[in-house]
Structures are given as C-alpha cells and as structure tokens.
Design a protein around this ligand. Structure first.
Ligand SMILES: Nc1ncnc2c1ncn2[C@@H]1O[C@H](COP(=O)(O)OP(=O)(O)OP(=O)(O)O)[C@@H](O)[C@H]1O
Length: 289
C-alpha cells in the first residue's frame, strides 16, 4: 500500500471586507518552499501556475495506471472552489485537467476513453450533480466484493470531446448546495467529488479495461463554529463537515504511517468509503486493510 503525498499551499488575496477591517494576513509567503509544504503559491499565482505545478504533474502517473486524488482543503472562504473550479476566463484545476487530459490522449493507441461523474456529499448524504435529480434524491453506497464501494445509480458521462464534459461540469456546479455564512457569502457546504475514469478501448473500440481513476475534490470548508457564527442547520452542517474531514485525515495518517501494515478505517464517513480505491493506490491495496 503506497501513498505519495504532496502538499501545496495557496494564499489568496485579501477580500474587500478583510481590507476594510485592516485584518492581518495569517501567512506571508517568503519563498516558493516555505515551511514543510512541497509548493507555496502567493497571492499573485495564476490558475495556470497552480495547475502546472500541482495536478498536471499527475497526468503521467494516471496514464500509467495509477489512481490519484487531488484535494483542496482549507478554511471556509480560503479559495478552494476558486482553485478547483474557477470561473470562465480563470479556469481552475478541474477544467484545466480535463483539457490537458484530452490533449494527451487524443490519437493515443489503444484509444483511451474518459468518463466523468460528479457527486456531492452533504450532511453524509450523496447527491448526483449530473443527473439533474432533486436535492432530496440521495444515492446509496453498496460494498461490492469485486468493484469496491459502488454508488448505486450514479450518472457517468462518457464524451469524445472536452467541451461536452465541460458543459456537464458547469451544469453540476450549478446544482451544488451553497449557503451564505459569515465567512463566505457563497460557502460550499458539501464535499464535491469529480471522478474521471480512464479506460483503454480494445481494437474494435467495444470492450474497455479500466486503466485508472482520478478524483478531484473540493472539500467543504473546515471551520470553527465560533468563527462562522453558525447556528441551527448551519452548525449541524459544520459538525458533519468536520467529522468527515477528521475521518479523511485519519485515513491519510494511517496510509502515510511508516509502520506497515497500517489499519486504515475507511468506514467512518461516506467520503472515505468512496475514496477507498483512490487513496490507497488501488482497489486491491485498499481491500487488504
Ligand atoms: N486566488 C484568488 N484570487 C482571487 N480571488 C480569489 C482567490 N481565491 C479565492 N478568491 C475569491 O474569494 C472568495 C472565496 O473563495 P472560495 O469560494 O473559492 O472559497 P472556499 O474555500 O471554496 O470557501 P467555502 O469552503 O466556504 O466554500 C470568492 O469570491 C473567490 O472568487
């Protein structure tokens, strides 16, 4: 079981409210490798620079058959959705990854197919962002001895062109649950998980063999209830978010522990159950735990 973990930190520019209140930056970037991070980006870093020096570096591994995961983790309002999704004219990691992947696989022999799913995990329930289902329609998880954790009924779109997938992505983004909190006027209250499954097509293009899975995740904001002044439902959301982030942290700690074989408890949250085959390097490795 192998876990190669790289951590980059990105400092966003101060927003209008922070400037108005003369707030102090909690981190000042001194150089590109400040502290124990693999990469540090200051306020001037462009979306392209962040992509080139983080997620783009995974493309060779993914095309070589390794499962990989990219997370954006941080306090609410720190810039996770901006970094992962961005907006038209300033595209984040997910749309840039789709474009870069399609560029790499075009004309590859054997042909490689890309299918995409997009779900969100909100208060420990799973919603399909691509199917156009209502907010109250939840998907169930099932453990399959051969396929690992299966999300029953989840939409998976396969497309020949990047533009079609980008349209699905935009549509999915519109379906995400966001709420206004004291820390962010459009705070994402869920974990948003884009999964790209790469498959090799056989000579006649009919049969496909799964090559790898790439998960791109905009985690819900970690937060302290006092800082966000949340009450009622917002506070319940906050505690669910923190619980699943803790479960994820525990899995990553266990996987990166030097003492082998580590026991990895994926069962504590929907997020870690879904990522079981993406964190531990592959389904067989994850199944042994
Ligand atoms: N590097 C950046 N440059 C310019 N604007 C940014 C940057 N990072 C974030 N922002 C802006 O800051 C605001 C908050 O960012 P964003 O919504 O991405 O935060 P978040 O971490 O996803 O928050 P939450 O966890 O509450 O969803 C947005 O208006 C976003 O456009």
């Amino acid at each position: 079981m192998y876990l190669f973990l790289k951590v980059a930190i990105r400092v966003r520019p101060m927003n209008a409210r922070e400037k108005r209140n003369s707030e102090r930056a909690v981190a000042t970037v001194l150089d590109d490798n400040l502290l124990a991070f693999d990469r540090v980006f200051d306020e001037r870093a462009t979306q392209e620079q962040v992509f080139d020096q983080t997620a783009r570096l995974l493309i060779d591994d993914v095309l070589g058959g390794t499962n990989a995961t990219v997370f954006a983790y941080g306090a609410t309002g720190s810039g996770k959705t901006h970094t992962m999704q961005g907006k038209d004219g300033s595209l984040g990691i997910v749309p840039q990854m789709l474009a870069a992947l399609f560029q790499r696989i075009s004309g590859s022999d054997p042909a490689i197919a890309v299918s995409m799913s997009y779900i969100e995990i909100y208060n420990e329930t799973v919603r399909d962002l691509l199917s156009g289902a209502r907010e109250s329609d939840y998907l169930e998880l099932r453990e399959d001895p051969h396929r690992g954790t299966v999300i029953v009924g989840m939409e998976q779109v396969e497309a020949e062109s990047v533009d079609v997938l980008l349209n699905h992505l935009r549509q999915g983004n519109r379906h995400r649950i966001t709420e206004s909190t004291a820390a962010n006027s459009v705070s994402s209250r869920s974990h948003a998980v884009v999964q790209l499954v790469l498959s090799k097509k056989s000579a006649k293009g009919k049969k496909q063999h799964m090559l790898s899975k790439l998960s791109l995740i905009d985690l819900a904001g970690s937060e302290r209830a006092a800082a966000t002044q949340n009450v009622g439902l917002r506070m319940l959301e906050g505690s669910m978010i923190n619980r699943s982030l803790l479960a994820l942290g525990n899995c990553i700690n266990a996987l990166s522990s030097r003492a082998a074989p580590a026991y990895v408890n994926y069962r504590d949250s929907k997020l870690t159950r879904i990522l079981k085959d993406s964190l531990g390097g592959g389904l067989q490795a994850a199944e042994r735990s």
